[in-house]
Write a protein that binds this ligand. Structure first.
Ligand SMILES: [Zn+2]
Length: 61
């Protein structure tokens, strides 16, 4: 009877940890007008910013 805690239930926040979780649930991404040039990849990146927490992410065009 030692495996009772084998499947520890994770909260939603824990399950989505490191993904797109915002203070209010999910990020609301908005494309920012300004674009950024990624030196490493050598191409333009689109910048997204969350309306709720102002976190940013970038995506290659
Ligand atoms: Zn957010």
């Amino acid at each position: 009877m030692g495996d009772v805690v084998k499947f520890k239930r994770l909260s939603v926040a824990e399950r989505y940890k490191g993904k797109t979780l915002c203070d209010s649930g999910f990020h609301k991404w908005e494309v920012r007008k300004d674009q950024q040039f990624d030196v490493k990849q050598g191409r333009l990146m689109t910048i997204y910013q969350c309306k709720h927490c102002a976190k940013t992410k970038s995506k290659a065009l």
